[in-house]
Design a binder for this molecule. Sequence first.
Ligand code: SF4
Length: 393
Amino acid sequence: MTTALTNLLDLDPAQLVAYCGELGEKPFRAKQLQRWIHQYGVADFAEMTDLAKSLREKLATRAHVTAPAIISDHTSTDGTRKWLVDVGNGNAVETVFIPEETRGTLCISTQAGCAVNCRFCSTGKQGFNRNLSVGEIIGQLWMAEFELRKTKGVEPGPKGERQITNVVMMGMGEPLLNFEPTVTALKLMLDDNAYGLSRRRVTLSTSGVVPMIDRLSQECPVALAVSLHASNDALRDGLIPLNRKYPLYELMAACKRYLEFAPRDFVTFEYCMLDGVNDSDAHARELVALVQGGGDGKAAVPCKFNLIPFNPFPESGLKRSHNPRIKAFAQILMDAGIVTTIRKTRGDDIDAACGQLAGEVKDRTRVQERMQKMTEYQQKFGKDFGRIVEISE
Ligand code: SF4
C-alpha cells in the first residue's frame, strides 16, 4: 500500500509540530523546518542542512513542499506583477503583486471561482469550482515572495529584504466560505517563523458572511474589508445575492462586533462605482446615514471607504461611473467626516483584472491551449485594469 505524501505547505505551525511528533522528532525541528520552507523558500529537504540527515531522508519519502504551478507571469510597466497559477483540473487562480514606494502588497485568491455571484464581478459569472487548500493559498505567498526575490537578486532568509509587506485576500473567491484553510493560511502569514506579518498588514475582504465574521474575530482577527457596494437592502439584494440572507443591519452589527477584536479601529468598505446604479448623491447620503447610524440608528461603524471605478466586462451590462461623478460621491462622504479613497488603477497593460483572465481558462486538460486563450484574451481586453489597490498602510 502506498501512503500519500504530505504537502508541508498545508500545515500551520501547530500541525507541523504534530507532524514532526509523528516522525519521532522534537518540536524545535518543526520550527527549523518552517523557517527553511517559509523564510528561505527551500522545497528540497536535502538543502535543509541543519536538519539531521536521518530526518531529511525520512521527509524525502513522506513529504513534499509544492506550491501551485505558475501558468503565466506578467509584469506591467508600473511594476504590477500578475501570476496565473494552476490549481488542478483546469482551474486557475490569480495572484497579483502591487509594488509601491513604502510597501509591496500581494492579492491572493482563496477559491477557484465563487458561489456568491455578485452582479459586477466576472469571477462570480464563472460559478464555483472548488475551495483552495491551505497549501494552495499560502503557496501563492510562498511562490510570489521567492519569485520576487529571485527577480531582484535579494537573498532568501530573514536577512534578505522582504518583498511582500502586506497581503489582501481579495482575489478570486469568498474567503469566509472557505473558512478553515483561510484561517490556517492566515496563521502562517502571522507566524514569526514563517512570514511574521502583523495583523494590521493582512486584510481579509468579505461580501458579508455574518456568522463567519464573528468566527474570524475569535480565531484570527486581521484587518477587515467589506464589499458593500450599496446603500440600502433593495439595491444590495440585486448586486450581492448574499444580502438577502444577511441584510445590512446584520452586517453593520457584525462589523461593530468585529472591531472589538480587530487590529485596526475601522472597517474598510469597498464600493464599486456603477454608472446610474449606485452612484448618485442620494446614494452617498444614504451611505453616510447607514454607517453613521450603524444600521440600527444607534452607534456608528468606524470605517473608511474605498471607491472602486468599475472594471467593465462583456456580460455584466454595467458601466463605470464617470470620474467627476466618483469625485462628487467621494466629496459627500468626506464632508461627512469619512476617510475616503478612490482606488488607483494598476497593471492595466497586463490585464490585472479580478477573475477575468482565469475566467477564460476553462480548458480542463491542455496548458498550451490555455496559454493561447490567455494571449487572445489579452489582445481583446488588454486595457482592463485590476480591482486591486492599497487597503492598509
Ligand atoms: S466580488 Fe468576491 S464574493 Fe462577489 S462574486 Fe466576486 S469573488 Fe465572489
